[in-house]
Ligand binder design. Structure first.
Ligand code: AMP
Length: 526
């Protein structure tokens, strides 16, 4: 049986949803009957463990991996040695996906793993998207579709709320913050702008609370910070309890706790007010991103019909209060929409609208090839159209002959509707040059005349390729570089010199090859 599977592969929690027999999205609870599963992996005594047990065992395990999604941008370089073997973020993320799939298969043993939709943050570039796709393939799927988390949340919200609207999705999860503005009409979802911070989320609020608690424990227990920090058990205790206490502060005005230090117990009380004051900077950082997303979409808050809050951290009262104090007119527009589940359910809906590849089979009697039949569990709801925007500004490194330094010449800008293609004209640096080194850089610069050329230090290199050219090339001869982003957000860079043209697609760079995928899949499946 084919189920429409949608997976929210989150920084701190992940979730799997399917479409049920009546065509509604439903979250499949994990084997401990919870909707979401911690994205935590531990390794101990030669065994991997993922999810709730891993989170509980983390303080005692030989090795713990948390928030691995934050390393997806370094999928080609970041490695962790576990049990004497090296693992990258793709293989580790695959273990989280596999845990969700294993729990799903326990409940739906007739399920055939064909394809799934996995979500990623809107600002993920081609490399991170490909890394996420490969994690899904390693976890056992034949095909993986990727859609952006805010788009998935908007699909799930849009389905329940008809009419043509401008929606602002404010998504504050465990490790990331994303804001996306979309025009939603029936089954059409048009992204107008997107912004975010891959290093801002509930974990930063946890860290702030840990600092407050440490300070209070020192004051109340008459300890110096060095004394407290030299007590590993006390620190582990504070860190383990902090997330739960943060969650309690969303419903209580203050939380009480106690830490054992040596032979004595030190009590403390933290008020919501203290916590909110300590995290005002983080909240403000999200509001600044909301501002820039509005600016990029050329809208004001008055043009927004609904603000959809998703991500577990939007349960903190300070989020709603912060939006209202920054944009006083927005109070009635704020909707809390299944904060933990909207992304996975939206992904399941999206998966339902995708055609399943049907393999042709040979009829044993007639010997003719006939179209295979696939039993799909949920009725198909029709198609969904999604128009995306470019997540990052893309340019190439050029030599500035006047200033005598390298610069990045931006060619396509973030938040342009996809597909987009643009050309830059450059020139050969010196006579008899035999190769052009095309280095592609991404950044967050908005489109403006001032941002056509920017400093190298403010951009990140995401790929490069060499173009061999004849040695009779002359200084100043024209070189054209085109950067194109297609509907799927793949970035293709093409360099043309005389009649020589060479193209390079960014997504594939440095990620796992087929053999590595096969071997990672084998090691996960056991
Ligand atoms: P997500 O990535 O959307 O699953 O969000 C996970 C984050 O939401 C974690 O940092 C949780 O601690 C946080 N979270 C979940 N529920 C609450 C709550 N009631 N109050 C504050 N934070 C919460």
């Amino acid at each position: 049986m084919i189920y429409d599977i949608g997976i929210d592969l989150g920084t701190t929690y992940s979730c799997l949803a399917i479409m049920n027999a009546t065509g509604s999205p439903t979250v499949v609870k994990n084997n401990q009957e919870h909707d979401t599963t911690p994205s935590v992996i531990t390794y101990d005594n030669g065994e991997f463990c993922v999810g709730e047990t891993a989170k509980d065992q983390a303080p005692f395990a030989e090795c713990t991996v948390e928030a691995v999604k934050r390393n997806m941008s370094e999928a080609d370089t970041w490695r962790m040695t576990i049990g004497g073997k090296e693992y990258g973020p793709i293989e580790l993320s695959a273990r989280i996906v596999r845990k969700l799939v294993d729990d799903f298969l326990e409940k739906y043993p007739d399920a055939e793993l064909k394809s799934a939709t996995i979500t990623c943050p809107a600002y993920f570039g081609p490399k991170e998207r490909e890394a996420t796709r490969q994690a899904g393939i390693i976890a056992g799927f034949e095909e993986v579709n990727i859609i952006e988390e805010p788009t998935a949340a908007a699909i799930s919200y849009g389905l329940k709320n008809s009419g043509e609207k401008n929606i602002l999705v404010y998504d504050l999860g465990g490790g990331t913050f994303d804001v996306t503005i979309m025009r939603v009409a029936e089954n059409k979802f048009k992204v107008l702008s997107t912004d975010g911070d891959c290093n801002l989320g509930g974990k930063d609020w946890d860290a702030a609370l840990i600092e407050i608690i440490k300070q209070k424990v020192c004051e109340n227990g008459n300890l110096t910070i060095e004394e407290l920090e030299s007590d590993d058990d006390a620190l582990t205790d504070i860190r383990t309890k902090a997330e739960g206490q943060k969650i309690s502060l969303s419903s209580l005005k203050e939380v009480k706790g106690a830490v054992r230090i040596g032979t004595s117990t030190v009590k403390y009380v933290v008020s919501r007010e203290e916590f909110e004051m300590a995290t005002a900077g983080e909240l403000q950082a999200t509001m600044m991103k909301v501002d820039s997303a509005l600016e990029s979409a050329k809208l004001t808050m008055d043009d927004i019909d609904d603000i959809v809050l998703v991500g577990g951290s939007t349960r903190m009262p300070q989020v709603k209060a912060g939006l209202i104090s920054t944009y006083p007119s927005c109070e009635s527009k704020i909707h809390v929409h299944d904060p933990d589940l909207a992304v996975a359910t939206g992904a399941a809906i999206y998966q339902n609208t995708r055609d399943v590849e049907v393999e042709n089979v040979v009829d044993p009697v007639s010997g003719k090839t006939v179209e295979g039949k696939i039993a799909k569990f949920a009725p198909t709801m029709g198609s969904i159209e999604i128009e995306k925007v470019l997540s990052h500004t893309m340019g190439v490194k050029v030599w500035d002959n006047v200033e005598k330094k390298d610069l990045i010449s931006n060619i396509i800008f973030k938040n342009c509707p996809l597909p987009i293609k643009n050309k830059g004209e450059y020139c050969v640096n010196h006579d008899h040059q035999t190769a052009l080194n095309v280095q592609i850089f991404q950044s967050d610069f908005e489109e403006s005349d001032d941002n056509r050329e920017v400093a190298v230090e403010e951009c990140e290199e995401v790929g490069s390729f060499l173009v061999d050219i004849p040695s009779d090339s002359c200084e100043g001869e024209a070189v054209f570089v085109t950067i194109e982003a297609n509907e799927k957000a793949d970035i293709i860079c093409t360099c043309t010199f005389r009649d020589i043209t060479k193209s390079h697609t960014l997504a594939a760079k440095g990620l796992l090859n087929d053999e590595q995928i096969r071997s990672a899949r084998k090691s996960i499946m056991g």
